[in-house]
Design a binder for this molecule. Structure first.
Ligand SMILES: Nc1nc2c(ncn2[C@@H]2O[C@H](COP(=O)(O)OP(=O)(O)OP(=O)(O)O)[C@@H](O)[C@H]2O)c(=O)[nH]1
Ligand SMILES: [Zn+2]
Length: 348
């Protein structure tokens, strides 16, 4: 089962294993809620969640110090069903030595700077969280085999914009097709673009963009994402698969989300590699969160009539007027086209 398909349900089966079986003594003072009288876990240490696997969390403690270590942890029952995801910063207590067979306990989720979410499909308002605290998204798409799909990239872009995450694009397999026609679709966006082929991956260029950031890497199965990640993070050992020449689909060879450290002479950053995405519903996205990614256009939209859709038939739309008057320069038209394409497809 894909980790994307239903994280919450997975937790159900494993609730058995969390620390709820270890009860604290009953509160002698009576009926105030137990959480209020509990110590505030002042001794808790803050850790980075590297990965989640069947109710167990791999967390990193004392990051960037001599004591840095990976620890296995379970969620405390007081967290109830709050999802904890890769990239979360959490407070852990208990045995945090990380020694074989030990299990620490996650008692708190720290406030998140960003949260990448999806819904089961576009009509679903229930959100699932995917990755926390990423500030960049690297969208990997193949120039061919499988054929690039503008709409899928649009979906990633909207998810990133909605979360306040900066998107970047890497087109792989440029030995198989010229990526230029596909890239024209995104000419109006401030989207850094890398192009890559297996025998000539721009490793240093990509690393330079990743160092100092937490980057979630997304892409459809078979696009060469693992090949790319393995090149950027030597030793990552992301499983690579083979594309079925008939269907163009890859086998789902990388099935879990992992955090990998990416390094160069300047420093390091984190790459969060997600398994091939099959569904990426955007039922929770609204017009405002798409528009806010187009900073310049958003400023102009303040002069739009109330409730303006900014779509081609919108009366007195200030953005459309600005573009028609040439006030947004040569790229203005392309940016408006991109905005309208995303709004028409995803906004509600
Ligand atoms: N021609 C060509 N093939 C490539 C390139 N990059 C990767 N491939 C091949 O594409 C296939 C899929 O690559 P992976 O790296 O496994 O793709 P993935 O996106 O990680 O796929 P999953 O593991 O299924 O998520 C492999 O056979 C690679 O050798 C490229 O630049 N050009
Ligand atoms: Zn408008």
């Amino acid at each position: 089962m894909s980790w994307w398909s239903d994280d919450d349900d997975e937790d159900d089966e494993y609730d058995l294993y969390d620390e709820s079986t270890i009860r604290s003594r009953p509160n002698p003072k009576g009926n105030r809620p137990r959480t209020k009288t509990r110590p505030e876990h002042a001794d808790a240490e803050i850790a980075r969640v590297l990965g989640v696997d069947r109710g167990r969390y791999t967390v990193l403690l004392d990051e960037d110090t001599a004591d840095e270590r990976q620890v296995t942890a379970a969620r405390a029952s007081e967290l109830r069903r709050k999802p904890i995801v890769t990239g979360d910063r959490v407070a852990v207590v208990g045995d945090t030595t990380g020694e074989e067979g030990t299990l620490a306990r996650i008692v708190r989720i720290e406030p998140r700077s960003t949260l990448l979410r999806r819904s089961a499909d576009d009509t679903d308002d229930v959100e699932r969280v995917i990755v926390a605290n990423a500030d960049q998204m690297l969208i990997v798409v193949a120039a061919a085999n499988p054929e690039p799909r503008t709409r899928l990239v649009d979906r990633y872009l909207v998810a990133a914009y909605d979360a306040g995450i900066e998107p970047m694009l890497c087109v792989t397999k440029i030995d198989l097709a010229d990526p230029a026609p596909f890239l024209e679709n995104f000419a109006g966006l401030d989207l850094p673009v890398f192009t890559s082929r297996e025998d000539h991956i721009p490793v240093e260029e990509i690393k330079a963009a990743l160092v100092g950031h937490d980057t979630v890497v997304v892409g459809h199965s078979g696009v060469g994402k693992s090949t790319l990640v393995n090149a950027i993070v030597p030793g990552a050992k992301r499983a690579t698969g083979h594309v079925n020449v008939v269907t163009g689909r890859g086998r789902h060879t990388s099935s879990s989300t992992v955090s990998l450290r990416v390094e160069n002479a300047e420093g390091h950053g984190w790459v969060i590699d997600t398994p091939g995405v099959r569904s990426f519903g955007l039922g929770h996205v609204d017009t405002a969160s798409i528009l806010k990614a187009f900073t310049d256009l958003a400023a102009i939209a303040e002069d739009c009539p109330r409730g303006c859709t900014h779509l081609p038939d919108a009366p007195d739309c200030a953005i459309i007027e600005a573009v028609e008057e040439g006030r947004l320069g040569e790229t203005g038209r392309a940016r408006l086209d991109s905005l309208q394409r995303l709004l028409a497809t995803f906004a509600r």
